[in-house]
Design a protein around this ligand. Structure first.
Ligand code: GLP
Length: 261
């Protein structure tokens, strides 16, 4: 696992955008794994800027979302499909027909989850998966206790996550849906490159566990330790509880510039 402590959020966003640009230049039909939430917003801003400037095209790329709430009315402004459209798709040249997410309104949700797995596999798998992390260590919506081998399925959100996400629902945790569909941890681990972004002191414990804690379903993000190519970008506050902080800084400073993430 590579840990990059980045004091400047714009620099972190540029590093991740560089990795995406390199990927798409090598394979214009690359498959991106998109995350919602505040963590990847800087990356989306940077991708939008590059597409607007004409230095990058995502016109032939394909993308899959990590997760979706169950039961929000279609077109609800907090459904992850709407959120990703607002935050990224509408601002770049991705073909909306090539951006897929699990359908939280499907009549048969179990079938929907299996079909979503098939769609990801049918596209050849995800090349680069963006991730945030919940304050309780969840990735996508894999709450603590999720099997590290799990596949896309229906999950129940914890009250802590509903509390954390209440800010998007008028501050009311009860307005946050109770259920979701989410890629499993096993599904996420099959992506070829995992890029997790975390900022702020509220993420410090989750980051400590994910980087230096024992691998455990109690902290789902620790599953990244099992992946051969995982990059974790954190700001100094999110890195504040890491024991080997100095070593990560030293390692990154000594890394040849051409190597990328
Ligand atoms: C949500 C999403 C996750 C996201 C997490 C952190 O629960 N399902 O995919 O990583 O929150 O969100 P944020 O980046 O806003 O802190």
């Amino acid at each position: 696992m590579e840990v990059v402590i980045c004091p400047d959020p714009d620099a972190a966003a540029a590093l991740v955008a560089d990795a995406i640009e390199r990927l798409v230049r090598g394979n214009p039909e690359a498959v991106l794994g998109l995350a919602t939430g505040s963590s990847p917003l800087g990356v989306y801003d940077e991708l939008a800027r590059r597409v607007r400037d004409g230095t990058l095209t995502l016109g032939r790329a394909r993308a899959f979302l990590l997760d979706e709430y169950v039961g929000l009315p279609r077109g609800h402004d907090q459904s992850y499909r709407s959120v990703i459209h607002r935050d990224l798709v509408s601002r770049v040249d991705l073909d909306p027909a090539h951006v897929l997410g699990p359908d939280g309104n499907a009549t048969d949700l179990v079938r929907e989850c299996a079909a979503y797995e098939e769609a990801i596999a049918g596209a050849g798998g995800v090349d680069l998966q963006l991730l945030g992390v919940g304050t309780d260590g969840h990735i996508a919506f894999n709450e603590p206790g999720s099997s590290l081998a799990s596949r896309t399925r229906i999950k129940t959100l914890t009250s802590r996550t509903r509390q954390d996400n209440a800010r998007f629902f008028g501050g009311d945790p009860d307005a946050v849906p109770r259920h979701c569909l989410t890629q499993g941890i096993g599904t996420i681990l099959e992506a070829r490159h995992l890029v997790l972004i975390a900022a702020g002191g509220s993420k410090a414990e989750a980051v400590r566990q994910l980087v230096e804690g024992p691998v455990s379903a109690s902290w789902p993000a620790t599953a990244l330790q099992l992946h051969p190519h995982a990059t974790v970008l954190v700001d100094p506050e999110a890195a504040s509880r890491l024991d080997r902080r100095d070593h990560y800084v030293e390692t990154y400073e000594a890394k040849p510039e051409w190597q990328g993430l």
